[in-house]
Design a protein around this ligand. Structure first.
Ligand code: THU
Length: 129
C-alpha cells in the first residue's frame, strides 16, 4: 500500500469529536519503514495532538530518526498543509528538501518541501557556538 493510501486509512481512526476534522499522516523513514498517526483530540482542547505528531512519535519509538517522505491526509477539496507546530516537528527529523504531500480522500492534491513549509527553520545547528 502506498504512503497516500496509508495516510487516508489511518485517518479513519482519528479521534476528533470536537472539530469533526479527521487527519491522517504517514511518514517513511530512511530504512523504508512507514509510520502512521492520526489526530487525537481531548475535552481539554489544548491537550489534543496532531496526526503528524503521532506518526513522528511512532517513528522515534521504533528507533528511527530520519524522515524521507511525508503524507498528510484530510477530507477536503484543497490541500491541507501541516500546522505551524507540526512544520517544526517535521523539520527536526527531515532534510529541507523532503517532500510533504497533501492528500484528500481522492489522493494527492499538493506538495511542498520542508523548506517551503518552514523557511529559515530554527534548528539544532543554531544552538552551536
Ligand atoms: N490537525 C492535524 O492533525 N494536523 C495538522 O497539521 C492540522 C490540524 C488536527 C488538529 C485538530 O484535531 C484538527 O486537525 C482541527 O484543527
Amino acid at each position: 500500500m502506498d504512503l497516500i493510501k496509508k495516510a487516508i486509512k489511518v485517518r479513519e481512526n482519528a479521534y476528533a469529536p470536537y472539530s469533526n476534522f479527521k487527519v491522517g499522516a504517514a511518514i517513511k523513514s530512511e530504512t523504508g519503514d512507514v509510520f502512521c498517526g492520526c489526530n487525537v483530540e481531548n475535552a481539554a482542547y489544548p491537550q489534543g495532538t496532531c496526526a503528524e505528531a503521532g506518526a513522528i512519535a511512532a517513528m522515534i519509538a521504533n528507533g528511527q530518526r530520519n524522515i524521507t517522505e511525508v503524507v498528510v491526509a484530510a477530507d477536503t477539496e484543497s490541500p491541507v498543509t501541516p500546522c505551524g507546530g507540526c512544520r517544526q516537528k517535521l523539520a527536526e527529523f527531515s532534510h529541507s528538501d523532503v517532500v510533504v504531500v497533501f492528500a484528500n480522500l481522492s489522493g494527492e492534491v499538493g506538495r511542498m518541501t520542508i523548506n517551503q513549509l518552514l523557511p529559515g527553520a530554527f534548528n539544532k545547528e543554531q544552538m552551536e557556538k
